[in-house]
Design a protein. Structure first.
Ligand code: HEM
Length: 414
């Protein structure tokens, strides 16, 4: 059923609020989540789901309430229960700094953050532009191909290989490990089908990276992530699982999210030809297009916290130990904060007003790097005046965590 048909069916015979479970991954695979969240924002913005495959959890669905949770890390912990609605089975947990509270979070974040600092980005831009040009110029003309594989994955994987100074010919290993780290093991096309298999694969990744680490730790410090961690005071003695966990974080952080924004932006523009026309008429809108793409796509669907004490949120009583899920997809469509939020508009007055990068102490480390990659991609597409036509519907990821596009058939008409 389409989103509109679902909304009509729900209006005719509304589902009881208590039975709504927005953690169902099929909602995102079918892209039918919008009406459910619109209803929650309207009728019960802090919603309790007592029974789901992931246990009981609170949903926070409005922009300002999500912001309140983000900014109160003393009450809403990332460390107690992790960052996903699904609890990782304790034996298979790999820890990393996105799942830590201060003070451990603070020092580990400080070690890797410089990789995406403004002075570094200036030198990355040259490399990114060169590679983007090469990839775009090599794309087939007048034949259908998959944009996700040939452009989104290719460009983000190249970027990751640069960040890690990873052996170039083997860079698609990074794509594979990223998919392994975030996949829903129940999805039929997942690269691994159990937590045991996932852990085994990530341990193999750890062994591979350990070799690179050994090279870098004995060489002078450089500005790649492995060298930075190998020489960083707070990261050089990390236990094995923390080492692997942090690598996984950086690989997923820098890969999946940007990849899906590259695909989501093209899809949104193809569905909104008027916006594409505005962009072609005024290429200075590219930075605004990038921000709007990141809001509209919302590559990370949710982040979860765990209450460290009894508390109250927008009038609801949250108990110590409760699971609290911030649904960024919903906050980014909150009509009380963002004008006409379901529309894709490339010249919004405040394009950066979105929650896709989170907020507070865990706000995305790579936001400027992701913006840069997307900006360069669109500048180069416009410079070539490429006529890219989407030839069929996207195939979406079965996940309640990453809003992903797995395949997008396109054709460049030349
Ligand atoms: C469009 C692209 C991206 C999106 C939408 C995105 C989204 C996010 C979100 C939602 C968070 C958690 C924020 C919170 O809990 O408040 C996060 C954290 C993080 N991101 Fe990104 N990200 C993107 C690109 C990147 C890139 C390119 C990198 C790596 C270079 C990266 C590395 C990280 C890291 C390391 C964290 C953990 C920060 C912390 O816990 O302190 N991300 N990102």
């Amino acid at each position: 059923m389409t989103t509109a048909a679902l909304a009509a069916a729900d209006a005719a015979q509304p589902q009881p609020l208590a039975s709504i479970d927005v953690s169902d991954p099929t909602l995102y695979e079918r892209d039918t989540w919008q009406p459910l969240f619109a209803r929650l924002r309207r009728e019960e913005p802090i919603h309790y789901c007592a029974d789901s495959p992931y246990g009981a959890y609170w949903s926070v669905t409005r922009y300002n309430d999500i912001m309140a949770v983000e900014l109160d890390h003393a009450t809403y912990s990332s460390e107690l229960g992790g960052i996903q609605v699904r609890d990782a089975p304790p034996d298979f947990t790999l820890t990393n700094f996105i799942r830590m509270d201060p003070p451990r979070h603070t020092s580990q974040r400080r070690t890797v953050a410089p990789v995406a600092a403004p002075n570094n980005l200036v030198s990355y831009e040259v490399t990114i532009r060169e590679r983007t040009r090469t990839v775009l110029d090599a794309l087939p003309r007048n034949e259908t191909f998959d944009w996700v594989d040939k452009v989104s994955i290719e460009l983000t994987t190249m970027m990751l290989a640069t960040l890690f100074d990873f052996p170039w010919a083997e860079r698609r290993k990074l794509t594979f490990w990223s998919d392994v780290a975030v996949c829903n093991v129940d999805a039929p096309d997942a690269p691994v089908h159990s937590d045991e298999e996932r852990l085994a694969e990530l341990m193999r990744m750890g062994t591979y990276f350990r070799e690179l680490w050994k090279e870098r730790v004995n060489a002078p410090p450089k500005l790649d992530l492995i060298s930075m961690m190998a020489h960083g005071q707070d990261t050089r003695d990390m236990p094995e699982r923390e080492f692997i966990g942090n690598l996984g974080l950086l690989i997923v952080g820098g890969n999946d999210t940007t990849r899906n924004s590259m695909s989501g932006g093209l899809l949104a523009l193809s569905q909104n030809p008027g916006e594409l026309a505005k962009l072609k008429a005024n290429p200075a809108l590219v930075p605004s297009l990038v921000a709007e793409t990141i809001r509209y796509q919302t590559p990370v669907i949710h982040m979860r916290r765990t209450a460290t004490r009894d508390t109250e949120l927008a009038g609801r009583k949250i108990g110590k130990g409760d699971k609290v899920v911030m649904w960024y997809v919903s906050g980014n469509r909150d009509e009380s904060v963002i004008d006409n939020p379901d529309a894709f508009i490339v010249d919004r007055a405040k394009p950066r007003q979105h929650l896709s990068y989170g907020a507070g102490i865990h706000r995305c480390v790579g936001d400027r790097l992701a913006d840069l990659q997307l900006r360069v991609l669109w500048e180069e597409i416009l410079a070539r005046d490429l006529d890219i036509q989407v030839m069929g519907p996207p195939r979406r990821l079965y996940s309640n965590f990453i809003r992903g596009i797995r395949e997008l058939p396109v054709r460049i008409v030349a």
